[in-house]
Design a protein around this ligand. Sequence first.
Ligand code: SF4
Ligand code: SF4
Length: 74
Amino acid sequence: MAFKIVASQCTGCSACEPECPNVAIYEKDGVFAINPKKCTECIGYFDAPQCVAVCPVDNTCIIDPAQPRYQASA
Ligand code: SF4
Ligand code: SF4
């Protein structure tokens, strides 16, 4: 599970925060971050990750390879 935000590229615009269906995005020290325990990659809500869709900075909301891919519960 989980996307992450590249903190060094995040402008702190906050566009992503209200779009997350899982309330996984939070602000910390002026930039935003994703709680990997809450992120479902938008599976079950949208066809595409909403944080990626709304972020104005390319490649800032990205899959976190350190986290296992989200598996929807049966
Ligand atoms: S991929 Fe979806 S669930 Fe995960 S942080 Fe982005 S908006 Fe939230
Ligand atoms: S939309 Fe992108 S630039 Fe804006 S707060 Fe979210 S991650 Fe940062």
